[in-house]
Design a protein. Structure first.
Length: 69
């Protein structure tokens, strides 16, 4: 099964044109590689930022709570 690089419609391996958008299907091998993309860098930055924020809030809580005792 192949996927159209333009509209991402799945179709039979024997098709030469996409049944949905009528695009010529020469470079479907590249689409398979694109499907196996790694997680975007922005995700890792957001994840790190979230953990840094939570860690900072815990540290701030300990400093403020520790000062009151």
């Amino acid at each position: 099964m192949k996927i159209c690089p333009l509209c991402h419609t799945k179709f039979e391996d024997s098709a030469e044109f996409c049944p949905n958008c009528k695009a010529q299907l020469e470079d479907c091998e590249e689409v398979k590689k694109e499907e196996q993309k790694r997680v975007p860098r922005s995700f890792w930055i957001a994840l790190f930022g979230t953990f840094a924020f939570i860690g900072g809030m815990i540290l701030l809580y300990k400093v403020v709570y520790g000062a009151l005792m």
